[in-house]
Design a binder for this molecule. Structure first.
Ligand code: HGA
Length: 610
């Protein structure tokens, strides 16, 4: 959350900053701002409530060239969505700061800074950073020393970039809890919260580590670690495609990403599905030794990734023969839990920067888990760097805030993990081969499932005036129902609840009437007959149902029941295939409701605050 871009160059950096912000807008779109130091030594700031487009228009209107600059797109945590609270924040028209994270002790800091004579012009926690740095500069410190000393006063999380009017051609950056990457150019250098922002200007990156402070000038990058020691960090060549931020002709990123699923699942499987015996290549050095010994798997994740973990539990217990628990990261990290012997921690995150998941990983290391594996989509991200093992999903950049292709590739990764562990736990070869064959047909099955788009688009009309909805599924389709409900909530703002179908009569049945559409996920599996009984229970109470059903499940459409036929697929891959029409449903309902599909209200991607 919150997008940061900074640049020091010989040329005017305004366009670099604005293009970077546009590419980071998925991280927050409450307001955007830029601060620039020009050749005359002036510090100029332009801020706008709303999207980067508004900032771009304002910059074009006002004109604000500068060869050193910082920019920010905000997802507000402290202080409303106003121009005063938009970043960059200033101290005494000298220091300018952008920040991603939360300064938790901002209240006492504000008090103490106010008593020193500092005036606050915003309600944010961030403004304290500007004033603390300024007070350190006033004590005669260089900008680097000032930031190094300032960060010792903060508790909470920050990725921050500071510039000083009195010391132009320089940025000082600090990272603790929120990601920052330095981009290396020729005679110019950059900083951003995600490499995606800088791909038009460089492919060479240094990922800052926890506690790092760095001074960035046009020609130098000097990094100090958390103990203040000067350190060299590896320079990584990015393999992400330059045009990863394009819509490729689709109306929305989300639609593009839904349609990319066959291809990215193919990528994720390629060279891996036929090499499952090569466990170390799949999950990292030492994986075979670890997976052989695993007695228990603890999956930790948030949001959509949590649903991937919940689905995986069904597979891991049934086919890999290993017990598995799944927990939301923000719960796990704040409770006392029991660690089973030979437990593997598995974290899941698209960005690899999800604050709660990262904190849970760090906690698990202290708790004595045997090993930690992450399933992640961003190479070089914090989760990947800090885990013992990693499986990279190859979904490519996901820009739509509502996750789609990241989810289905996470599930694909879990299928391979299931088979890899199953192999050590006596999974029958015939079953293994059957599953592999099913997995190989996945991209094709998803292509077929995408063929339901026209039918779903028509049905979506019926949701336009609805305020609530219920999603039902059984077995591994229960978390898929949860994911379907989450998608609908996220982008259409329709209240959606998911229940395991068997739970219906334990309460939610009371809600059923013709105003409450019920979406049922009904593959042709061993639970179909049970599910059919649940459908009848809803029908008997006048509910309107939308049943996503296997062509052979023999549901018939009538006045109260609309059947959307889904191509037949194997039980094990069905959760992935059925995800796709639910994504399409939420997309088309959102279109009809006219919401902002890619940047839904109040949300942002890459949740780097807790
Ligand atoms: N706390 C700051 C920054 C918010 C943030 O990082 N969001 O992801 C603010 O509210 O402006």
């Amino acid at each position: 959350m919150c997008g940061i871009v900074g640049a020091v160059a010989e040329r005017n950096v305004v366009e670099i900053l604005l293009e970077g912000l546009k590419r980071l807008e998925y991280r927050g779109y409450d307001s955007a701002g830029v601060a620039l130091l020009n050749d005359e030594g002036d510090l100029k700031r332009i801020r706008e409530v709303g999207k980067v487009r508004k900032l771009t228009e304002a910059v074009e209107r006002d004109g604000a060239p500068g060869s050193t600059g910082i920019a920010h797109t905000r997802w507000a945590t402290h202080g409303g969505v106003t121009e005063e609270n938009a970043h960059p924040h200033f101290s005494s028209e000298r220091v300018a700061v952008v920040h991603n994270g939360i300064i938790e002790n901002y209240v006492p800091l504000r008090k103490s800074l106010s008593s020193q004579g500092y005036t606050f012009t915003s309600d944010t926690d961030t403004e304290t950073i500007a004033h603390v740095v300024h007070s350190m500069l006033d004590n005669g410190n260089s900008l680097l020393e000032a930031v190094k000393k300032a960060v010792t006063h903060f508790t909470g999380a920050y990725g921050t970039v500071v510039i000083d009017k009195a010391d132009p051609d320089k940025m000082v950056v600090a990272r603790s809890g929120s990601p920052l990457v330095i981009g290396l150019g020729l005679g110019e250098n950059f900083v951003a919260s995600d490499q995606l922002a800088l791909l038009p200007v460089t492919r060479r990156f240094i990922f800052l580590e926890e506690g790092d402070v760095a001074e960035v000038t046009r020609r130098t990058v000097t990094i100090y670690d958390k103990s203040g020691e000067r350190v060299e960090r590896e320079v990584v060549e990015s393999t992400i495609e330059h045009d990863a931020g394009d819509k490729a002709g689709y109306r929305h990123y989300m639609l593009k990403e839904i349609y990319e699923q066959p291809a990215v699942i193919r990528n994720t499987l390629q060279d891996r599905i036929d090499n499952l015996h090569n466990v170390d290549t799949l999950f990292g050095h030492g994986a075979e030794n670890i997976l052989k010994q695993v007695n228990h798997i603890q999956i930790i994740a948030c949001g959509t990734s949590y649903h991937a973990g919940m689905t995986a539990r069904y597979w891991l217990e049934e086919y890999a023969g290993v017990s598995c628990s799944v927990e939301i990261a923000s719960e796990f990290r704040y409770r006392k839990s029991v660690v089973h012997e030979n437990s593997l921690l598995v974290t899941i995150s698209q960005s690899g920067e999800t604050a709660d998941t990262l904190a849970a990983l760090r906690l698990a290391k202290e708790l004595g888990y045997m090993s930690a594996l992450t399933i992640c989509n961003v190479p070089g991200s914090s989760l990947v760097r800090e885990s013992d093992l990693a499986f990279m999903t190859l979904a490519g950049a996901e820009i739509g805030v509502a996750s789609t292709k990241a989810f289905t590739t996470q599930l694909t990764a879990f299928l391979m993990l299931t088979l890899s562990i199953g192999k050590f736990n006596g999974l029958h070869e015939e079953t293994e081969q059957k599953i592999i064959r099913a997995i190989k047909t996945l991209p094709g099955k998803i292509e077929e499932a995408l063929g339901t788009a026209g039918v779903i688009e028509n049905l979506a009309e019926e949701f336009a005036d609805k305020h609530h909805s219920l999603f039902l599924g059984r077995g591994a389709q229960y978390p898929i129902a949860m994911e379907g409900a989450l998608k609908l909530k996220e982008i259409s703002y329709i209240h959606a609840e998911a229940y395991a179908s068997g739970e219906l009569k334990h309460g939610p049945l009371a809600l059923i009437d013709e105003e409450m559409p019920v979406i049922v996920v009904a593959p042709n599996d061993e639970l179909l007959e049970k599910l059919k009984s649940n459908v009848e229970e809803v029908r008997a109470r006048g509910g309107i149902m939308y049943v996503f059903a296997d062509v052979d499940a023999h549901f018939e459409s009538d006045d109260t029941l609309r059947v959307i036929n889904i191509p037949h697929c194997e039980d094990i891959t069905a959760p992935i295939v059925y995800t796709v029409p639910l994504q399409l449903l939420s997309y088309y309902v959102a279109l009809i409701k006219g919401t902002d599909v890619d940047q839904p209200r109040n949300l942002a991607k890459s949740v780097t605050v807790e």
